[in-house]
Structure formats: structure tokens, C-alpha cells
Design a binder for this molecule. Sequence first.
Ligand code: AMP
Length: 216
Amino acid sequence: MTNIILLGPPGAGKGTQARRLVEEWDMVQLSTGDMLKEAIAQGTELGKQVEGIMARGELVTDEIVIGLIEEKLNGDLPGGVIFDGFPRTLAQADALADLLAKMGQRLDAVIEMQVDDDVLVERVTGRSTCGNCGEVYHDVTKPQPADGKCSVCGASDFRRRPDDNEESLRKRLMEYYKKTSPLIGYYYAKGDLTGVNGLADIETVAGDIKKVLDKR
Ligand code: AMP
């Protein structure tokens, strides 16, 4: 089992790389953002509770996301877990350490995806995803196919995140710097942190992540 965290601001490429790791390494992607979006789509109590918070780009409470992760960690996780968008606060990081310890598991690596803020704004405001398979597109760097069909699965259901506008992104970045970036020091001090250049193309970043995992 290999358990890793992908750490980085919104738009750093965590989701894109997590999806690749799932395909190549038989790992499970646990994205608290996706779980919360699913709750909103299904109209659950939790979804109603978090919808406004997420649209504004603020973080939901530690209690909520720790609960979601705890539930998933009780399931079957054969090849290990990629934590994508979790933990985002020191309290979440401590909770994750406790949960893994209880399961007799450990964290193998924390990969910090390093990017420039001005690139993030460009990336995030231009992005869309296939609603069926999750393939990520970008208006400038990877436009949706001219025939209107996803190049991976053929579906014609492209979506944009409601929080991928400039105002929410600014808030999400501020939340990242205030609450999440202290995790860089936290995991560095534990000897778990490796940085990768998130500005490189998708293949190169994937190769750099693979090198980190191969060393484990
Ligand atoms: P993401 O898809 O990871 O960018 O997450 C989308 C939104 O979900 C974030 O802007 C937060 O509002 C919320 N969220 C996701 N993960 C967490 C987390 N670990 N802690 C708090 N809020 C979260």
C-alpha cells in the first residue's frame, strides 16, 4: 500500500495527477472536494449545508471533511490512497495521522505541487471537465474537441465549476495561504515532503511524481 498526499493551491494540477495515478498504480483517489460536490449534486443535508461556503471559495469545517475521510478509510482500499485536497488545515493533518495510525498504515509521501499564482488564475478560470469521465480541458491549452465530444469517453457533457471564477479563486487562494500552506512546513519537519514543479507539462509532472513513489 502506498498512501500519498497531493498538496498545492487550487489549479496546481492535483486532480489531474490523481486521476493518472489511479489509472497507473491501482490507487484510490480520495478528493474531499469531489465528495462535497457529489453531496451538493444529490441535494443531501450536507450538500445544502456546504453549497454556499464552497461557492464563496471558503473552507468547510474540519469536522465535516474529517468525517468524510474517516468513512472512506473504512472501505476497501487495495493499492493505497491519494489524498487530493485533504488535509487542508493542521487539524485535518493531525486527524489524518491518527486515522492512518489506527489502521496500521502510514503516509509514504507528501508531494507539494509548486506553481506561480498568476498561472493559477489563468489555469483555473479557463478550465472545464467532462461531466462523465472527469477529463480536464482548458480553453487555451487543451480546448474541448471541435466535435463537442470528450476525447476520452465521447460524452458531450462539459462542465465548469461554479467556484472557478476570479472572485472565488481569490478567496480560495487566500484560504490556501492562510490555512493550508502551513502544512508545507509541517510535513517538511516530519521528513515527508517532496516538491515537484507543477508548471511543467502534465507528462513531466507525472514522471516526477513517479520518481518520488519509486523511491519509497
Ligand atoms: P477542491 O475541489 O479540492 O478545490 O474543493 C472545492 C471546495 O470544497 C473548497 O474550496 C472547499 O470549500 C471545500 N473543501 C474541499 N476539501 C476541503 C477540505 N479538506 N477542508 C475544507 N474544505 C474543503
